[in-house]
Design a protein around this ligand. Structure first.
Ligand code: APR
Length: 229
């Protein structure tokens, strides 16, 4: 018997309870760092060393973090649903919680790629978290974070749209819905399917969306009670 398709769109709030900073909450990353200096294409061209160090710092934070009950609750839903996670997050906490299908829209923090052959992508381990402008791959080419910077295209947006269009249930967790094209995905859900939005400080969303005004860990627990067959 085919399981119904559950698509989950997650943002930084999904990882907040794992101790990973969000971007736009007070005290968030964009309060501490000038976003266009550390996360944009122009910024990388202007000062690559600063960007390498910014992502080195975030990798060191990530290796000390653990998936929270929200991440593991989404894994639990796989027993009843064919779950696809589309995440704006660059952390690997969904994967570490055991989720089988995770599509990253904005890249992956634990990966870097060749600047000459972008198809050459390398996964960093806990014992080699840092890169710099002098880092070279085995071909002798410089590498860059495998992150989608502002001002760069989002290569996975098409497959993400296709997943949302096929969803039988859509869940949005922990995103301010501030950054496109990710924020526009909710508009591709088929009319009439149930849509849930879990966020303690939710952004405005289209009519018909059920808002659970709570945290990811509490909201996913409530969601399991709602969605359990
Ligand atoms: N549980 C659930 N949601 C939470 C929690 C929590 N414990 N704590 C905060 N939030 C919510 C906030 O209310 C906010 O709506 O998480 C959201 C975080 O919003 P942002 O910091 O804007 O993060 P996000 O929406 O993921 O940003 C999108 O912007 O800078 C770019 O590439 C970056 O992927 C990021 C994108």
């Amino acid at each position: 018997m085919k399981k119904p398709r559950l698509v989950v769109l997650t943002g930084a709030g999904m990882s907040a309870e794992s101790g990973i900073s969000t971007f736009r909450d007070s005290g968030g990353l964009w309060d501490k760092y000038p976003v266009m200096e550390v996360a944009s294409h122009e910024g990388f061209v202007r000062n690559p060393a600063l960007i390498h160090e910014f992502y080195n710092t975030r990798r060191r934070e990530l290796v000390n973090a653990r998936p929270n009950a929200g991440h593991t609750g989404l894994k639990e839903l796989e027993q009843w649903y064919d779950v696809d996670i589309i995440t704006q997050n660059v952390d690997d906490l969904h994967e570490r919680a055991g989720s089988l299908k995770v599509l990253h829209l904005h890249g992956e923090l634990m990966k870097v790629r060749s600047m000459k052959h972008p198809e050459r992508v390398y996964t960093l381990g806990p014992d080699n978290l840092s890169t710099s402008v002098d880092t070279r791959d085995s071909y002798g080419d410089p590498v860059r974070p495998h992150i989608v910077f502002f001002q760069e295209a989002v290569p996975n947006i098409e497959p993400a749209i296709e997943l949302v269009e096929k969803a039988d249930v859509l869940v949005i967790i922990g995103t301010s819905m501030a950054v496109y094209p990710a924020a526009g995905l909710v508009n591709y859900a088929r009319r009439g399917i149930p849509v849930y939005y879990i966020d303690p400080n939710p952004a405005p969303v289209p009519d018909g969306v059920t808002v659970l005004r709570t945290t990811a860990t509490q909201g996913v627990k409530e969601l399991i009670d709602i969605l359990r067959p």
